[in-house]
Design a protein around this ligand. Sequence first.
Ligand code: NAD
Ligand code: MG
Length: 385
Amino acid sequence: MVDTRAGVTPRGVAVLGSTGSIGTTALRVIARHPDRFRVSALTAFNNAPLLDEQARGLSPAFVGIVNGNGSESTRGWATGVGCLVDAVRRPDTDIVLNAIVGAAGLDATIAALEAGKRVALANKETLVLAGEIVTEAARRGGGEIVPVDSEHSAILQCIAGRPRADIRRVILTASGGPFRGWSREQLESATVDDALRHPTWQMGRKITVDSATLANKALEVIEAHFLFGLPYDRIEVVVHPQSVVHSMVEFVDGSVMAQLGAPSMELPVLYALTHPDRIEDAATPRFDPVAQSPLTFEPVAEDEFPALRLGFRAGIAGGAAPAVFNAANEEAVALFLDGKLEFPRIVEAIGSAMSELAGMSSATRDDLLAADAEARAHVAGRFGG
Ligand code: NAD
Ligand code: MG
């Protein structure tokens, strides 16, 4: 007998990075739809108390902590980096929500795609580091990557199944971050607190700093290239301070589609789970065009924020250059957050690593991880004090 009820069996979601900004948002969204989704696995780097609270509330079959401290609550949990791949390979995991920050999420993404699963991908660094290997893993294993990033979710929703040949270009919107309108002189003395004061989004510390340098938009340009198979001359960026238009797609007939909504990650997280379907979700904020107006657009101040240009350069160079860009940025942001590097030096460090490490091999995952390690060592050695 065929059961005609929709969503009979809730799909199992492994939430990697469940203690972070996207991870906690995802758990909130999933909790609203118990008929559709259940949490099969939770992982985090540390923060055992929060992970424990989540595990008690959701009772997933698998809990993993990369860096457990051996405390009482972690008993019975998987530990070490291997727990990430174990969480995604479980037969009760249908969807992997990868909300890990940084290159550390790579193997879990690859393993999930090889196993034919959907990866709801927030962890953009993974695609930047190894875009070809990740997309190849999806082809080989039959898995699919559905972006969580709001810009790429917007583009996916605008494309709505049309073939790539119909797309003339995509236009990613950027809020401009906390330093929009700052001069180069002002940026010299920008502090960590200044950088963490994002005008429109509440996010983890690393991506908040990336938004301040515009390295985030650079990563997103490369992410768009791999997700949608578009050459870099068909990817553009415009500053849109209100973060209401999440991105736009221009089609070959000149029609431009945009996706709009309040700046909240709940919708892109939900859509990454349900794509191409949509489900009723009364809790996502209602859109009020009058309250959101005016909506404005301006060009990127590329001289003040050179990270975007560097990102395009890395993307166009291809090979290991995006991996070097990403790793140098991760290392430099960590130094900045530790108070060991001034704000404008973050982008200097990326540029320095890119010139120093041009032409490294990118044939395999290990080659890319070697380029990643070299870039981190370069930045630590030259800029780390
Ligand atoms: P976050 O710092 O708030 O959370 C990161 C999570 O990853 C935590 O659960 C942490 O325990 C885990 N983690 C960190 N290092 C790890 C490691 N080495 N191994 C395993 N787990 C590790 O970060 P976030 O803001 O939630 O961002 C997560 C990802 O989503 C990033 O790639 C970011 O660029 C992307 N993203 C975030 C937002 C946002 O609104 N926060 C929006 C778009 C994209
Ligand atoms: Mg984004």
